[in-house]
Design a protein around this ligand. Sequence first.
Ligand code: ZN
Ligand code: ZN
Length: 259
Amino acid sequence: MYIDSHCHINFPELAARMPAILGKMEENKVTHALCVSCDLPTFPDILQIAEQYPHIYASVGVHPDYEDTPEPTVDDLIRLANSPRIVAIGETGLDYYRLEGDLEWQRERFRTHIRASRATGKPLIIHTRAASEDTIRIMREEGAGTDAGGAAGVMHCFTESLEVARAAMEMGFYISFSGIVTFKSARDLQAVAREVPLEYMLIETDSPYLAPVPFRGKMNEPGLVRHVAEYIATLKNVPLEQVAQQTTENFFRLFKIAH
Ligand SMILES: [Zn+2]
Ligand SMILES: [Zn+2]
């Protein structure tokens, strides 16, 4: 069995095809998925999906790329996370690739999420792009890691260096690989994935984006996460079953889900 640790099945292009999405998951033995929040206005849809489907969990948070959107307070996040169906805070983090100018608001928003994670004990889902130095620095300053009494979390859709992966793992964070690792051009990332121990690894689709090879360029969906697992098994030269089992166990452990 496989788990998609990060998807956006509430986005209209996927939500409109929910029966087919669930069918494809079943067909590929993808038993669970985590539907990740990007802003507060769409959070009710996400909560509703997680309440309707027992094998779909959800998070609450505001994405660093969402500029013109209601800003969450720590109390907002704590209040909205108060459901057994909400297993994480995020996605949050820093993205200096998509946006330019003074991004102090992004760093403040990131700190807000880390504080909500510490207060609720729910792990963080961190998005970092072209901003790894500030991301790691703020994680340390705010005590995001288990070593600092935080709830740790996952570096999602990881595309950074092994050094950054190690800094995150030292704080108790998991590293999640998406379909990007299957791309021919992703040599550096493949080298990182070879070094990240399975004990610290999650897999994800980040659907509807980033479909893995051989579906690159098509619309992605949780059922396709199996292809990420297959690629990692080949890359690390371990049985597929081992990748499936370890990433599944990691998911349940990190998000404190009884199974
Ligand atoms: Zn992201
Ligand atoms: Zn995402």
